[in-house]
Design a protein around this ligand. Structure first.
Ligand SMILES: *Cc1c(COP(=O)(O)O)cnc(C)c1O
Length: 349
Protein backbone atom coordinates (compact mmCIF):
# COMPACT_ATOMS: atom_id res chain seq x y z
CA UNK A 1 0.00 0.00 0.00
CA UNK A 2 1.26 3.45 -0.90
CA UNK A 3 2.40 5.63 1.94
CA UNK A 4 -0.23 8.35 1.57
CA UNK A 5 0.83 10.51 4.46
CA UNK A 6 4.29 9.72 5.78
CA UNK A 7 4.06 12.31 8.56
CA UNK A 8 0.48 12.16 9.76
CA UNK A 9 -0.38 14.96 12.13
CA UNK A 10 -3.46 14.88 14.29
CA UNK A 11 -5.24 18.20 13.88
CA UNK A 12 -5.57 20.42 16.92
CA UNK A 13 -9.35 20.44 17.15
CA UNK A 14 -10.67 23.62 18.78
CA UNK A 15 -14.13 23.49 17.20
CA UNK A 16 -15.97 22.24 20.26
CA UNK A 17 -15.64 20.34 23.51
CA UNK A 18 -17.91 17.70 21.97
CA UNK A 19 -14.97 16.25 20.02
CA UNK A 20 -13.45 14.45 23.02
CA UNK A 21 -13.13 10.68 22.89
CA UNK A 22 -13.62 8.39 25.87
CA UNK A 23 -10.41 7.74 27.80
CA UNK A 24 -9.12 4.21 28.46
CA UNK A 25 -10.36 4.39 32.07
CA UNK A 26 -13.79 5.48 30.93
CA UNK A 27 -13.93 2.73 28.29
CA UNK A 28 -13.02 0.13 30.91
CA UNK A 29 -15.94 1.18 33.11
CA UNK A 30 -18.27 1.23 30.11
CA UNK A 31 -17.23 -2.30 29.19
CA UNK A 32 -17.78 -3.53 32.74
CA UNK A 33 -21.10 -1.72 33.30
CA UNK A 34 -24.01 -3.69 34.71
CA UNK A 35 -26.97 -3.13 32.42
CA UNK A 36 -30.68 -3.83 32.08
CA UNK A 37 -33.63 -2.50 30.08
CA UNK A 38 -33.93 1.15 31.03
CA UNK A 39 -37.39 1.57 29.48
CA UNK A 40 -38.47 -0.91 32.20
CA UNK A 41 -36.44 1.15 34.68
CA UNK A 42 -34.16 -1.87 35.13
CA UNK A 43 -30.74 -0.56 34.20
CA UNK A 44 -28.85 -0.28 37.50
CA UNK A 45 -26.12 1.92 36.04
CA UNK A 46 -28.60 4.40 34.56
CA UNK A 47 -30.53 4.42 37.83
CA UNK A 48 -27.33 5.10 39.77
CA UNK A 49 -26.32 7.93 37.41
CA UNK A 50 -29.74 9.54 37.73
CA UNK A 51 -29.65 9.34 41.53
CA UNK A 52 -26.13 10.78 41.64
CA UNK A 53 -26.92 13.73 39.38
CA UNK A 54 -30.15 14.50 41.26
CA UNK A 55 -28.18 14.52 44.53
CA UNK A 56 -25.42 16.74 43.10
CA UNK A 57 -28.00 19.43 42.33
CA UNK A 58 -30.08 18.85 45.45
CA UNK A 59 -33.17 17.74 43.51
CA UNK A 60 -35.44 14.73 44.01
CA UNK A 61 -34.95 13.03 40.67
CA UNK A 62 -33.22 13.01 37.31
CA UNK A 63 -33.58 11.39 33.90
CA UNK A 64 -30.88 10.27 31.49
CA UNK A 65 -31.40 11.51 27.92
CA UNK A 66 -29.45 10.78 24.75
CA UNK A 67 -28.61 14.44 23.98
CA UNK A 68 -28.62 17.88 25.53
CA UNK A 69 -31.16 19.07 23.01
CA UNK A 70 -33.58 16.35 24.04
CA UNK A 71 -32.94 17.08 27.72
CA UNK A 72 -33.75 20.76 27.16
CA UNK A 73 -36.83 19.98 25.11
CA UNK A 74 -38.14 17.53 27.70
CA UNK A 75 -37.78 20.25 30.34
CA UNK A 76 -39.48 22.86 28.15
CA UNK A 77 -42.40 20.52 27.49
CA UNK A 78 -42.64 19.89 31.24
CA UNK A 79 -42.85 23.59 32.02
CA UNK A 80 -44.73 25.12 29.07
CA UNK A 81 -48.03 23.76 27.72
CA UNK A 82 -48.67 24.00 23.95
CA UNK A 83 -49.42 27.56 22.85
CA UNK A 84 -47.93 29.13 25.95
CA UNK A 85 -44.68 30.95 26.13
CA UNK A 86 -41.01 30.43 26.95
CA UNK A 87 -38.74 33.46 27.46
CA UNK A 88 -35.03 33.25 26.73
CA UNK A 89 -32.34 35.28 24.99
CA UNK A 90 -32.12 35.28 21.21
CA UNK A 91 -28.74 33.52 21.26
CA UNK A 92 -29.92 30.75 23.59
CA UNK A 93 -29.16 27.20 22.44
CA UNK A 94 -32.82 26.26 22.94
CA UNK A 95 -33.94 28.68 20.20
CA UNK A 96 -30.77 28.76 18.07
CA UNK A 97 -29.38 25.25 17.81
CA UNK A 98 -32.29 22.91 18.46
CA UNK A 99 -33.88 23.23 15.02
CA UNK A 100 -37.14 24.71 16.24
CA UNK A 101 -37.88 21.75 18.51
CA UNK A 102 -39.87 23.73 21.11
CA UNK A 103 -42.33 24.77 18.40
CA UNK A 104 -42.24 21.50 16.44
CA UNK A 105 -42.61 19.05 19.37
CA UNK A 106 -44.04 21.14 22.19
CA UNK A 107 -46.17 23.69 20.32
CA UNK A 108 -44.31 26.19 22.49
CA UNK A 109 -44.20 29.87 21.63
CA UNK A 110 -40.76 31.37 22.28
CA UNK A 111 -40.08 35.07 22.84
CA UNK A 112 -36.56 36.36 23.19
CA UNK A 113 -34.64 39.25 24.65
CA UNK A 114 -31.56 40.72 22.95
CA UNK A 115 -28.47 38.99 24.23
CA UNK A 116 -25.56 40.90 25.77
CA UNK A 117 -22.90 38.20 25.84
CA UNK A 118 -23.76 35.94 28.74
CA UNK A 119 -25.31 38.73 30.80
CA UNK A 120 -28.97 38.87 31.72
CA UNK A 121 -30.81 41.94 32.97
CA UNK A 122 -33.40 40.57 35.43
CA UNK A 123 -35.51 43.75 35.24
CA UNK A 124 -35.74 43.44 31.46
CA UNK A 125 -36.82 39.82 31.82
CA UNK A 126 -39.39 40.82 34.45
CA UNK A 127 -40.86 43.43 32.11
CA UNK A 128 -41.42 40.79 29.41
CA UNK A 129 -43.49 38.39 31.50
CA UNK A 130 -47.12 38.26 30.37
CA UNK A 131 -49.88 37.24 32.75
CA UNK A 132 -52.49 34.55 32.30
CA UNK A 133 -55.50 35.43 30.20
CA UNK A 134 -57.32 34.65 27.00
CA UNK A 135 -55.74 37.36 24.85
CA UNK A 136 -51.97 37.61 25.30
CA UNK A 137 -49.73 34.53 25.27
CA UNK A 138 -49.13 33.60 28.92
CA UNK A 139 -45.50 33.22 29.99
CA UNK A 140 -44.86 29.89 31.70
CA UNK A 141 -41.09 29.64 31.90
CA UNK A 142 -37.80 31.49 31.60
CA UNK A 143 -34.69 29.69 30.37
CA UNK A 144 -31.10 30.81 30.94
CA UNK A 145 -27.83 29.23 29.86
CA UNK A 146 -24.96 28.49 32.24
CA UNK A 147 -22.31 28.84 30.89
CA UNK A 148 -23.49 30.68 27.79
CA UNK A 149 -22.39 29.01 24.57
CA UNK A 150 -22.84 31.86 22.05
CA UNK A 151 -22.15 34.24 24.92
CA UNK A 152 -18.51 33.13 24.82
CA UNK A 153 -18.60 30.75 27.78
CA UNK A 154 -19.64 33.57 30.12
CA UNK A 155 -20.84 32.76 33.62
CA UNK A 156 -24.02 34.17 35.15
CA UNK A 157 -23.29 35.35 38.70
CA UNK A 158 -25.21 33.72 41.53
CA UNK A 159 -26.71 37.13 42.41
CA UNK A 160 -28.31 37.47 38.96
CA UNK A 161 -29.71 33.96 39.17
CA UNK A 162 -31.19 34.66 42.63
CA UNK A 163 -32.81 37.79 41.25
CA UNK A 164 -34.31 35.79 38.37
CA UNK A 165 -35.62 33.23 40.86
CA UNK A 166 -37.32 35.99 42.85
CA UNK A 167 -38.88 37.41 39.68
CA UNK A 168 -40.04 33.98 38.53
CA UNK A 169 -41.61 33.25 41.93
CA UNK A 170 -43.35 36.60 42.01
CA UNK A 171 -44.83 36.01 38.55
CA UNK A 172 -45.57 32.33 39.12
CA UNK A 173 -43.44 31.16 36.20
CA UNK A 174 -40.85 28.39 36.13
CA UNK A 175 -37.09 28.75 35.70
CA UNK A 176 -35.06 26.36 33.55
CA UNK A 177 -31.29 26.17 33.32
CA UNK A 178 -29.66 24.95 30.14
CA UNK A 179 -26.64 23.80 32.06
CA UNK A 180 -24.83 21.96 29.30
CA UNK A 181 -21.64 23.50 30.71
CA UNK A 182 -22.76 24.23 34.27
CA UNK A 183 -19.69 22.27 35.44
CA UNK A 184 -17.50 25.01 33.96
CA UNK A 185 -19.42 27.71 35.85
CA UNK A 186 -19.06 25.69 39.06
CA UNK A 187 -15.28 25.42 38.55
CA UNK A 188 -14.81 29.03 37.41
CA UNK A 189 -16.84 30.69 40.18
CA UNK A 190 -16.50 28.05 42.89
CA UNK A 191 -20.27 27.89 43.31
CA UNK A 192 -21.47 24.48 44.57
CA UNK A 193 -23.67 22.65 42.04
CA UNK A 194 -26.41 22.41 44.68
CA UNK A 195 -26.45 26.22 44.99
CA UNK A 196 -27.27 26.39 41.31
CA UNK A 197 -29.70 23.51 41.62
CA UNK A 198 -31.85 25.12 44.30
CA UNK A 199 -32.56 28.12 42.05
CA UNK A 200 -34.10 26.20 39.16
CA UNK A 201 -37.24 24.14 38.63
CA UNK A 202 -35.47 22.07 36.00
CA UNK A 203 -31.90 21.80 34.74
CA UNK A 204 -30.38 19.98 31.82
CA UNK A 205 -26.73 19.07 32.21
CA UNK A 206 -24.44 17.59 29.60
CA UNK A 207 -22.04 14.68 30.08
CA UNK A 208 -20.64 14.76 26.55
CA UNK A 209 -19.21 18.28 26.44
CA UNK A 210 -16.39 19.21 28.79
CA UNK A 211 -16.89 16.08 30.88
CA UNK A 212 -15.86 13.93 27.94
CA UNK A 213 -18.47 11.14 27.93
CA UNK A 214 -19.33 9.92 24.42
CA UNK A 215 -23.04 10.76 24.76
CA UNK A 216 -25.72 11.70 27.23
CA UNK A 217 -27.35 14.48 29.17
CA UNK A 218 -29.47 14.51 32.30
CA UNK A 219 -32.71 16.37 33.12
CA UNK A 220 -32.99 17.28 36.81
CA UNK A 221 -36.18 18.19 38.69
CA UNK A 222 -38.85 17.13 41.17
CA UNK A 223 -39.96 13.48 41.38
CA UNK A 224 -43.34 14.42 39.93
CA UNK A 225 -41.81 16.26 36.97
CA UNK A 226 -39.27 13.52 36.23
CA UNK A 227 -42.07 10.93 36.21
CA UNK A 228 -43.75 12.99 33.46
CA UNK A 229 -40.37 13.53 31.80
CA UNK A 230 -40.08 9.77 31.35
CA UNK A 231 -43.25 9.79 29.24
CA UNK A 232 -42.08 12.77 27.16
CA UNK A 233 -38.68 11.17 26.57
CA UNK A 234 -40.30 7.96 25.30
CA UNK A 235 -42.66 9.95 23.08
CA UNK A 236 -39.70 11.75 21.54
CA UNK A 237 -37.99 8.45 20.82
CA UNK A 238 -35.43 8.78 23.58
CA UNK A 239 -36.23 5.62 25.55
CA UNK A 240 -32.97 3.69 25.41
CA UNK A 241 -32.51 0.09 26.49
CA UNK A 242 -29.12 -1.10 27.87
CA UNK A 243 -28.03 2.53 28.21
CA UNK A 244 -25.92 1.69 31.28
CA UNK A 245 -22.93 1.42 28.94
CA UNK A 246 -23.31 5.15 28.31
CA UNK A 247 -24.35 6.00 31.84
CA UNK A 248 -21.15 4.34 33.10
CA UNK A 249 -19.13 6.82 31.04
CA UNK A 250 -21.13 9.66 32.59
CA UNK A 251 -20.58 8.38 36.14
CA UNK A 252 -16.86 8.07 35.47
CA UNK A 253 -16.78 11.62 34.06
CA UNK A 254 -18.59 13.05 37.09
CA UNK A 255 -16.02 11.44 39.38
CA UNK A 256 -12.89 12.21 37.39
CA UNK A 257 -13.41 15.05 34.94
CA UNK A 258 -15.02 17.96 36.79
CA UNK A 259 -12.04 19.37 38.69
CA UNK A 260 -9.74 19.08 35.69
CA UNK A 261 -11.90 21.59 33.77
CA UNK A 262 -9.71 24.21 35.46
CA UNK A 263 -6.93 23.15 33.04
CA UNK A 264 -9.24 23.83 30.09
CA UNK A 265 -9.94 27.29 31.50
CA UNK A 266 -6.23 28.04 31.87
CA UNK A 267 -5.58 26.88 28.30
CA UNK A 268 -8.42 29.05 26.98
CA UNK A 269 -6.93 32.02 28.85
CA UNK A 270 -3.54 31.29 27.25
CA UNK A 271 -5.12 31.32 23.79
CA UNK A 272 -6.93 34.55 24.64
CA UNK A 273 -3.74 36.23 25.92
CA UNK A 274 -1.90 35.30 22.73
CA UNK A 275 -4.69 36.60 20.46
CA UNK A 276 -5.62 39.75 22.43
CA UNK A 277 -2.96 41.95 20.72
CA UNK A 278 -4.72 41.37 17.38
CA UNK A 279 -7.99 42.85 18.66
CA UNK A 280 -9.95 39.71 17.79
CA UNK A 281 -11.45 38.76 21.16
CA UNK A 282 -15.23 39.20 21.25
CA UNK A 283 -15.29 39.40 25.02
CA UNK A 284 -13.60 38.28 28.21
CA UNK A 285 -12.70 34.62 28.52
CA UNK A 286 -14.07 33.07 31.71
CA UNK A 287 -14.19 29.37 30.96
CA UNK A 288 -13.24 27.10 28.04
CA UNK A 289 -14.59 29.16 25.13
CA UNK A 290 -12.62 31.85 23.30
CA UNK A 291 -15.09 33.88 21.24
CA UNK A 292 -13.57 35.73 18.28
CA UNK A 293 -14.98 38.76 16.50
CA UNK A 294 -12.86 39.56 13.46
CA UNK A 295 -14.73 42.75 12.46
CA UNK A 296 -12.09 45.17 13.72
CA UNK A 297 -9.13 43.41 12.13
CA UNK A 298 -11.07 43.10 8.86
CA UNK A 299 -10.56 39.35 8.73
CA UNK A 300 -13.06 36.99 7.21
CA UNK A 301 -14.02 34.10 9.54
CA UNK A 302 -14.43 31.45 6.80
CA UNK A 303 -10.98 32.46 5.46
CA UNK A 304 -9.54 32.04 8.96
CA UNK A 305 -11.17 28.60 9.13
CA UNK A 306 -9.57 27.51 5.86
CA UNK A 307 -6.14 28.97 6.62
CA UNK A 308 -6.05 27.36 10.08
CA UNK A 309 -7.27 24.01 8.77
CA UNK A 310 -4.50 23.96 6.16
CA UNK A 311 -2.05 24.17 9.05
CA UNK A 312 -3.75 21.53 11.15
CA UNK A 313 -5.84 23.68 13.49
CA UNK A 314 -9.62 23.39 13.42
CA UNK A 315 -11.76 26.34 14.56
CA UNK A 316 -15.53 26.90 14.52
CA UNK A 317 -16.80 29.48 12.06
CA UNK A 318 -20.10 30.84 13.38
CA UNK A 319 -20.68 33.78 11.03
CA UNK A 320 -18.98 35.96 8.42
CA UNK A 321 -16.89 37.63 11.16
CA UNK A 322 -17.44 35.36 14.12
CA UNK A 323 -15.41 32.33 15.10
CA UNK A 324 -14.80 30.33 18.24
CA UNK A 325 -12.10 28.27 19.91
CA UNK A 326 -12.97 25.72 22.57
CA UNK A 327 -10.58 23.90 24.88
CA UNK A 328 -11.29 20.41 26.15
CA UNK A 329 -9.97 17.11 27.49
CA UNK A 330 -8.30 16.03 24.25
CA UNK A 331 -6.25 19.22 24.00
CA UNK A 332 -2.90 19.42 25.78
CA UNK A 333 -0.35 22.22 26.21
CA UNK A 334 1.46 21.20 23.01
CA UNK A 335 -1.84 21.60 21.13
CA UNK A 336 -2.31 25.07 22.59
CA UNK A 337 1.27 26.00 21.59
CA UNK A 338 0.60 24.81 18.06
CA UNK A 339 -2.71 26.71 17.87
CA UNK A 340 -1.07 29.90 19.15
CA UNK A 341 1.73 29.57 16.60
CA UNK A 342 -0.66 29.00 13.66
CA UNK A 343 -3.28 31.58 14.61
CA UNK A 344 -0.86 34.39 15.46
CA UNK A 345 0.92 33.78 12.17
CA UNK A 346 -2.39 34.06 10.27
CA UNK A 347 -3.44 37.24 12.09
CA UNK A 348 -0.01 38.81 11.59
CA UNK A 349 -0.39 38.68 7.82
C1 LIG B 1 -24.22 21.45 23.34
C2 LIG B 1 -25.26 22.18 24.02
C3 LIG B 1 -26.51 21.60 24.26
C4 LIG B 1 -26.86 20.19 23.84
O1 LIG B 1 -26.48 19.82 22.60
P1 LIG B 1 -26.61 18.34 22.04
O2 LIG B 1 -25.69 18.39 20.88
O3 LIG B 1 -28.02 18.15 21.66
O4 LIG B 1 -26.16 17.39 23.10
C5 LIG B 1 -27.45 22.34 24.93
N1 LIG B 1 -27.18 23.58 25.34
C6 LIG B 1 -26.00 24.17 25.15
C7 LIG B 1 -25.76 25.53 25.69
C8 LIG B 1 -25.00 23.50 24.47
O5 LIG B 1 -23.83 24.09 24.28
Amino acid sequence: MADLDPTPTTPVDLRSDTVTRPTPGMRAEMAAAEVGDDVYGEDPTVNALEAEVAALFGHEAALFAPTGSMANQIAIQLLVPPGDELLCDADAHVVTYEVGAAAAYGGVSSRTWSPAGADVDPEQVASMIRPDGYHAVPTRAIAVEQTHNRGGGGVLPLGTLRELRRIADEAGVALHCDGARIWHAHVADGVPLASYGELFDTLSVCLSKGLGAPAGSVVVGSAERIERARVIRKRMGGGMRQAGVLAAAGRYALRSHIDRLAFDHVRAARLADALAPFGVLAGPVRTNIVPLDLTKCGFDAPALGVAARERGVLVSVLGPRIARLVTHYDLDDAGVDRAVEVLTEIFRR
